[in-house]
Design a binder for this molecule. Structure first.
Ligand SMILES: *Cc1c(COP(=O)(O)O)cnc(C)c1O
Length: 360
């Protein structure tokens, strides 16, 4: 067996330990004679799996009791609709547009009410986070929406926006569990797990209880009502059972690694190695303003499409895979999520240095 260094933005690298454990349990989960894939989501065994996953996530993120944790399907993209459907009481909300995912959410919200663009960084291809200290937030807005870590462009909100008392809704798909978080600052935190937590097919929604209502927008499908899912502990219908099971294992792995504080240190250390290299390189350049750099997604370019392609090809040969930038941006992007070991980044930088010398 030979594993590559996988820099994919998502679905992405998972801890090897977790995959090994899942492999060991594949045919016979802890003596019950079947795989987790094969068991009823209403069985006692599965009940323990999902309850334990929730308890571990609550512990990791220090989630207060007045927040519900939902394990859902439909990916982050379905939440682009679920959020306005459930929360747009006044049919008006503010969106901060810092990348394609935020923009998609903003556009989707427009289908259900008045979505107002409060700020945007599109003028400089989303290479920075706009000043969010005094946004034109009005009293009738139901919430303020951000995409906290911009997976494609590699920026991150280092400070949350001043929402002027409005509830903050955040898509944290690509920075979920990458550092400690104060849940009380948010009304809703959600993310697809396939970036930093688990396999595709699960989206986690953490929502303050008073935002879970019956009087959602007319026409909201039963499945998309947070109340349906909350009242049924994510078991209204069949949940993505196996995906949740893997997420649970990743939660335990993070706990073992020392929790979110340790994760942050680990991630800062990794990102620094790569950013320090980029800052001194004459061939490679980071594309994002320094203050807003993501710890998770690091886009960079050489300035020549030909050279970018040559680098990506050469890197792949050496076992550094999925370094191609998003199709809309070009260049390279190294996603260095929680499960990327420090050696992966060290070796990548070594390779980049060698490539630079050879192509000077
Ligand atoms: C990947 C991603 C999405 C889309 O996720 P899906 O689960 O594919 O819908 C949304 N937001 C962010 C920040 C992402 O990184």
């Amino acid at each position: 067996m030979s594993r590559v260094y996988n820099f994919s933005a998502g679905p992405a690298v998972l801890p090897e330990e977790v995959l090994q454990e899942a492999a060991d349990e594949m045919l016979d989960y802890r003596g019950c004679g079947m795989s987790v894939m094969e068991m009823s989501h209403r069985s006692k065994v599965y009940d323990q799996i999902i309850k334990e996953a929730e308890a571990d996530l609550r512990e990791l993120m220090n989630i207060p009791d007045n927040y519900k944790v939902l394990f859902l399907q439909g990916g982050a993209s379905q939440q682009f609709a679920a959020v306005p459907m459930n929360l747009m009481k006044n049919k008006k909300a503010g969106y901060i547009v810092t990348g394609q995912w935020a923009k998609k959410a903003y556009q989707e919200a427009k289908m259900y009410g008045e979505a107002v663009e409060l700020a945007s960084s599109q003028d400089k291809t989303f290479s920075y986070i706009p000043d969010c200290s005094d946004l034109p937030i009005t009293d009738d807005m139901d919430y303020v929406y951000i995409c906290e870590n911009n997976t494609i462009y590699g920026t991150k909100f280092k400070e949350l926006p001043n929402t002027k008392g409005k509830d903050l809704v955040a898509d944290v798909s690509s920075c979920f569990l990458s550092e400690p978080v104060d849940v009380t600052k948010y009304g809703v935190i959600y993310g697809g797990v396939q970036k930093n937590i688990g396999p595709a097919g699960v989206v986690i929604v953490i929502i303050r209880e008073d935002l879970i209502r019956d009087d959602v927008l007319a026409g909201t499908p039963t499945m998309l009502k947070y109340k349906t899912q909350a009242d049924n502990d994510s078991l209204y219908n069949t949940p993505p059972c196996y995906g949740i099971y893997i997420c649970g294992k990743v939660f335990k792995w993070i706990k073992k690694m020392g929790g979110l504080t340790a994760m942050k240190e680990h991630n800062e250390k990794k990102a620094k190695i790569l950013y320090d290299f980029l800052d001194q390189s004459k061939l490679f350049k980071g594309t994002v303003v320094k203050e807003d750099r993501s710890l998770m997604n690091v886009p960079f370019v050489t300035g020549s499409e030909e050279m970018d392609a040559k680098f990506i090809k050469a890197a792949e040969k050496e076992g550094f895979v999925s370094l191609k930038g998003h199709r809309t941006v070009g260049g390279m992007r190294a996603s260095i999520y929680n499960a990327m070991p420090i050696e992966g980044v060290e070796k990548l930088v070594e390779f980049m240095d060698k490539f630079e010398k050879e192509n000077a």
